[in-house]
Design a protein around this ligand. Structure first.
Ligand SMILES: CSC[C@H]1O[C@H](OP(=O)(O)O)[C@H](O)[C@@H]1O
Length: 352
């Protein structure tokens, strides 16, 4: 019997998150009612993945102003902006965090004629809308991605751009769920993805629970499985795509893109348009989060290196657009020249 994991749920006026730091061994759901606890959940990665972070932040902003006592819009706005800026400080790279907070702020401004109690309800409805839209968006990404894939394919993916990184389906995994629905016969190779192991702990978990054939490989095995012709396509997610098509994603993605190009294997990035940041010109302008060195040398409470060893632990890297075969979005498949085609996409769809 297949099991679907629900990473985010708005229930009984609280935000319920599946604590992803406890997976795959424990399925623990935690209730959140404050912006502070949600900031911490994003920071320590109880919830992670660009789209999931955005949805969570939207609810976090609502929860942070739900009990505000300000009566005038001017005073209420100051409180809202304070909470929004606080949540924006949780993690720097995934643009969906800022996209969701900005959308909530714009909703407040667009409804500044309402009295504050009504405005609070409008903000909750917007957070729920962002949540519901994500599921629809991801299914569309999956449908578009399927046009590039075929029955019998071998797919390699990195980190977790799965259902656990979104509200359902994932982005890179969306075509996998839809291919399963179609009865396709295909194999997935999941990089374990050091240091946080989102691939082995999360991607392998969710795909196994969905009855999908997934094999965990260590991060240094990608070249081997490619050389053995086991991989026909690489599909990864993204945390931020710059206006020229450069892609920030989990550390290790850049190396995969180089290997894929060496072996003439298509390298696809699956992401919603909310992950494309037209205000960020190139990958050089994307802030890359550096995380605690302990994640690398003390992942499971046992040091695998001398304590206080010098460690460099960027959580993401940037893949140059030249290495990207196509960017698969809910609005279509984008190819080079990315700068022009992304600009056209945003103008035609009147996004942003
Ligand atoms: C569709 S999820 C995008 C992205 O987020 C993950 O990073 P993290 O687990 O640190 O939040 C990973 O880079 C995924 O590809």
């Amino acid at each position: 019997m297949e099991t679907e994991l629900k990473p985010i749920e708005w229930k009984n006026h609280k935000l319920v998150l599946l604590d992803q730091t406890r997976l795959p061994n424990e399925m623990v759901y935690e209730e959140f009612e404050t912006a502070e606890s949600i900031w911490d959940a994003i920071k320590v990665m109880k919830v992670r993945g660009a789209p999931a972070i955005g949805v969570t932040a939207a609810y976090g902003l609502y929860l942070g102003i739900r009990d505000a006592t300000e009566n005038s819009f001017e005073d209420f706005w100051k409180e809202l902006k304070k909470v929004s800026d606080f949540l924006a400080s949780s993690r720097p790279t995934a643009v969906n965090l800022f996209w969701a907070l900005e959308r909530m702020e714009k909703t407040a401004i667009a409804n500044n004629h309402l009295d504050v109690s009504e405005l609070k309800n409008v903000l909750l409805k917007e957070a729920i809308k962002i949540h519901k839209e994500d599921e629809i968006t991801n299914r569309k990404i999956g449908e578009n991605a399927l046009t590039l894939l075929h029955d019998g394919i071998g797919i390699l993916t990195h980190c977790n751009a799965g259902a656990l990184a979104t509200t359902k389906y994932g982005t890179a995994t969306a075509p996998m769920y839809l291919a399963k629905e179609k009865g396709w016969n295909f194999k997935v190779y999941a990089d374990e993805t050091r240091p946080r192991l989102q691939g082995s702990a999360l991607t392998a978990l969710e795909l196994q629970l969905a009855g999908i054939d997934v094999t965990i490989i260590t991060d240094n095995m990608a070249a081997t499985v490619m050389s053995q012709r086991k991989v026909n396509a690489v599909i990864v997610g993204a945390d931020r795509i710059a206006a020229n098509g450069d892609v920030a994603n989990k550390i290790g993605t850049l190396g995969l893109s180089i290997l894929a190009n060496y072996y003439n294997i298509p390298f696809y990035v699956a992401a919603p348009t909310s992950t494309i940041d037209m205000k960020t010109k190139t990958g050089k302008d994307i802030p890359i989060e550096e995380r605690d060195p302990e994640e690398v040398i003390n992942r499971f409470g046992q040091y695998t290196a001398l304590k206080n060893s010098k460690v460099y632990n960027p959580a993401f890297d940037v893949t140059p657009h030249e290495n990207v075969t196509a960017i698969i979005t809910e609005k279509g498949i984008i190819r080079e020249p990315y700068e022009k085609n992304l600009k056209d996409l945003f103008e035609e769809s009147k996004i942003g």
